[in-house]
Design a binder for this molecule. Structure first.
Ligand SMILES: Nc1nc2c(c(=O)[nH]1)N[C@H]1C(S)=C(S)[C@@H](COP(=O)(O)O)O[C@H]1N2
Ligand SMILES: [Mo]
Length: 435
């Protein structure tokens, strides 16, 4: 090992060797290794004895210690972390997600194709409803507003790949941390009301969504993304054809003038710039619905092995997740700090969150947090607590949520799959209190 190689570099290049050097055979930090780790994180580690072997300290794994992401420069948008330029994908760092309702400027961006030109005449925007319906409809946005009741809900929208960067070995796709999520106030009409106006045939089982964003290749015969949802999901009262976000018309980048919002499902089902909802007599098979796209194994697979798409099923509800939003990873707290207020949000796809707990000793003991009920279904839930620190030093705050069915977030991303969906490892935030 080169002397000037940092622990972080070593972990990146050869994690097993780094682990052996730092933790030794027994998985306990001691002697020179403990001193090296302390030096790397900037202070003594009071709970070093509980540090799990193989877990790179949060201070080194993410945030301030890692080369900064490229920042988004776009009118009306905050400096989000750009994960890709073509197509444009940007996530919101956890500390920018502190608001109860995510301001539009802070809302993450995920495109699969090119960004379409905004229409000059939104009221004339046409939506076709066809397929397994009694009366195919062609409605303008003006008609939708006139004929159907408008409703407003706070709904979380989360990319199916949120948390992907925590899979090992690396899963393919944009390397989201925890910021492929937002909780906006959406206004629109219920998809259910529109489908009922068309009249569903008994053969209706799924929707297929089509939009105007050109394929990345520029080939007009190719479709960037066409996803859908089971009819029961389409008929839920919170599944919307939305034309406003946080009280204003949608921004072009978020689907102006009309998009689907199917909360609790992978964000890809929430088609932006939507022009057609085709009602299908089988599971939709558009681009983004087949193979290993937005599908996860129904039987666990060996991480990194070759997938058998026949054992895969469409990812429906997103899993439970929580974030700390008021303390940023890598924060130095004032000398003598012994109390830290923590808060954030938790959500669980189609379920609700029943508990949120935090630990400051690498998971040895957990403290339960105060958790609010959501004002409406599919709104994320706020939580808060206060932690007492026993001394100065390096601490990690970990948060974990449990959903209404008793499923809890894992420490590390579980159920590995080639495209890295549903990775809901606990959010970890490192802080340093100077002695
Ligand atoms: N037409 C269209 N709709 C789309 C997409 C897309 O590429 N094209 N991306 C989807 C994905 S993968 C996600 S996660 C959400 C993101 O919505 P946002 O960019 O408004 O945050 O939009 C979905 N709707
Ligand atoms: Mo997504």
């Amino acid at each position: 090992m080169r002397k000037d190689r940092t622990i972080r570099e070593l972990y990146r290049d050869d994690p097993e060797r780094a682990d052996a050097l730092v933790f030794g055979r027994r998985g306990l930090l001691k002697g020179a290794s403990l001193a090296a780790m302390g030096a790397a994180v900037g202070g003594a580690i009071p709970f070093a004895g509980n540090m799990p072997s193989g877990l790179l300290p949060a201070a080194l794994a993410q945030g301030a210690a890692v080369p900064g992401p490229k920042l988004l420069k776009m009118d009306g948008k905050a400096e989000l972390a750009v994960l890709g330029d073509r197509p444009l994908v940007a996530e919101t760092p956890e500390h920018l997600l502190d608001d109860d309702v995510t301001p539009t400027e802070k809302f993450f961006i995920r495109n699969n194709g090119q960004i379409p030109e905004p229409t000059a005449n939104p009221d004339a925007w046409e939506l076709t409803i066809d397929g397994e319906v009694n009366t195919p409809l062609k409605l303008t946005l003006g008609d939708l507003r006139k004929r159907f009741q408008a409703v407003t809900y706070r709904l979380q929208l989360e990319c199916g790949g949120n948390g992907r960067s925590f899979f090992s070995p690396q899963a393919s796709g944009n390397q989201w941390t925890n910021g492929g999520v937002g909780n906006a106030e959406w206004t629109g009409v219920r998809l259910k009301d529109v489908l009922q106006a068309a009249g569903l045939k008994p053969s209706a089982v799924y929707t297929g969504h089509y939009a105007t964003d050109p394929h990345l290749s520029g080939d007009a015969s190719r479709i960037a993304l066409s996803r859908g949802v089971p009819i029961a999901k389409a008929m839920e009262e919170h599944t919307l054809l939305a034309f406003a976000m946080n009280g204003k018309p949608l921004l072009p980048i978020h689907g102006f003038p009309l998009r689907v919002v199917a909360p609790g499902y992978p964000g890809s089902a929430s088609s932006k710039w939507v022009t057609r909802i085709q009602v299908r007599d089988r599971e939709h098979d558009g681009p983004g619905m087949t193979g290993t796209s937005y599908r996860v194994p129904t039987v666990p697979m060996v991480p990194g092995s070759k997938p058998d798409p026949k054992t895969f099923a469409v990812l429906q509800s997103m899993p439970v997740r929580s974030i700390i939003t008021n303390v940023r990873n890598g924060t130095e707290l004032a000398d003598g700090t012994r109390k830290v207020a923590l808060r954030g949000h938790a959500w669980a796809g189609e379920e609700t969150v029943k508990a949120v707990d935090v630990t400051l000793d690498f998971g040895q003991t957990w403290q339960s947090c105060q958790l609010d009920a959501p004002p409406n279904k599919y709104c994320w839930q706020n939580w808060r607590t206060e932690l007492a620190l026993p001394s100065a030093g390096y601490f990690e705050f970990w948060v974990r949520a449990t959903d209404s069915k008793g499923r809890m977030q894992p420490v590390l991303a579980a159920n590995w799959n080639p495209q890295g969906y549903g990775g809901n490892a606990m959010h970890r935030v490192a802080v340093l209190v100077k002695a």
